[in-house]
Design a binder for this molecule. Sequence first.
Ligand code: IUR
Length: 445
Amino acid sequence: MSSIPELIRKKRDGEKLSEDEIKTFIQAVTNNDIQECQIGAMLMAIWQKNMVGTEIAALTREMMTSGEVMLWPEEWKGLVVDKHSTGGVGDKISLVLAPALAACGFKVPMISGRGLAHTGGTLDKLESIPGYNIQQSTAQIHTILSTVGCCIVGQTATLVPADRVLYALRDATSTVDSLPLIAGSIISKKGAESLTALVLDVKFGGAALCKDLASAKELAQLLVSTGNALGMRTGAVLSRMNAPIGHCVGNSLEVIESLESLKGNGPEDLMDLVSSLGGILMVMTGLVSDQSEGKKRISEAVTGGAALSKFQAMMEAQGVAKETARALCSAHSDYYSVLRRAKHQRELKTQKDGYIQDVDGLLLAEVLHKLGTGRVKAGEPINHSVGAELLVSLGQKVIKGAPWLRLHYDERAPTTEQLDALQHSLTVGPEQITHHSLVAEVLLP
Ligand code: IUR
C-alpha cells in the first residue's frame, strides 16, 4: 500500500490515483490517521492537477461511505428524492419544493446548509420560525419521513465525516473552488441520503457562484455524471441568478414569502423554478413520462393546499408549537404575531420614470449581509428579521418617486454609502426589456 507522501507525490505530478489509493487517503482523513499538512498538500495537488471522472467517482464514493449511509424501508423504493442548489439571493425554493414533493407522495430527507458568503441558507431561514429545530438524528428523520414525508434538517453528526474535515481545510488552503472537491463534497452527502433521484439547481449570473452559463454547465455536467456514477438518477437545471428570486430577501421575510407561495400567491419566477425542479424529479423517478406533466402535478400540489398542509406538519414534527404552525398556515395570517419584525422599515424611491430593467441581487445581498442577514465567521449569530422587500417587478413601468424597496433593519442602520449601493442595485431605463424565465437549460441523466 502506498504511503501518504507517495499519494501526494503522485497527484502533485499529475498522475491518476487508483480507487485503492483514494480509499487509503479518505480512510486516513476519516480516522484522523494523517497530518493536517498532508491533507492540505493533497487538496492543493487536486486543485492544481484536477481529477478524471473515475477518480472523482471514487473520491465521492469513499467520502459517502466514510460515515453512516441512510437505509430506507423497502416500500419507499423509488420515492426518496432531494434537491441541491448552488446558492442564490432570495432562493427559498426548498421551503416550497420539499412539501410539494411530499404532497405528491415522495419522501424528501432534505439536508440543507447555512448561508455562504452573500447567499442565504435554508437552515437560517427556517430558524426564524420559533421552535423550529434543524438538528434531527437519523432516527428522527426516519420518523418524520414516515409521518409527514419531508423534513428540512442540518447535516447529522454521523453523515460524511470526511467532508467535515476536508471542507474546513479547503477554506483554510484556498481550495474551495476545485471542481472534483466540490463534486465530492456535494454528491457524497446526497449519496449518503440513499436517494433514488436528485435534482441540482446550478445557478449562474452576477449573484451566483458561477458567473456565466458555460462555467455553470461544466459544474452541472460533473455533478450529474458523479451522481449517476453513484447510482442516483441525477439531473440538473441551469438557472439564471441575477435579480433576487421572488420579492423577499432575508430570513423571516423569505419564510413569509414561502408561506404565501404555499397559499397559492407565489411569484411567477419562484413557482416556475419550483415546478421545473419538481417536474424533473417526477420524470426521473418514472412517475410521469414528460416534464410538463410533472410541472403540472407540482403546481397542483401547491394550488390545492396539500403542500401547505405538509409544511405545517413538517414544522410541528421539527419542534414548532401546534398553535404557531397553525397561525403561520392560516388563510389570513398575521405573520408578525409569530415572527419577529425588525424595528425599522424604510422605503427607497425610484429616481426616474421608466421600466424596471434590472435589480442587482449581489449588491442588494451584500448590503443586507452587513445589516445582519448573514455571518462573517461560522457560528456567528444573525438577525433573522433584517431583509428587504422588492415592491416592484422586472419589466414594470414606474414613475419617479415610486417606492421600490422596503428595507427592514434593527440596530445596524444603513449608512449613506449602503443606501447609495442599494439605490445603485436598481436599473430603471426607457425600454421595457424582455426577461427570460429563470430556467435556461435542463440536463437529464
Ligand atoms: N456546498 C457543499 O456542500 N460543498 C461544497 O464544496 C460547496 C458547497 I463550494
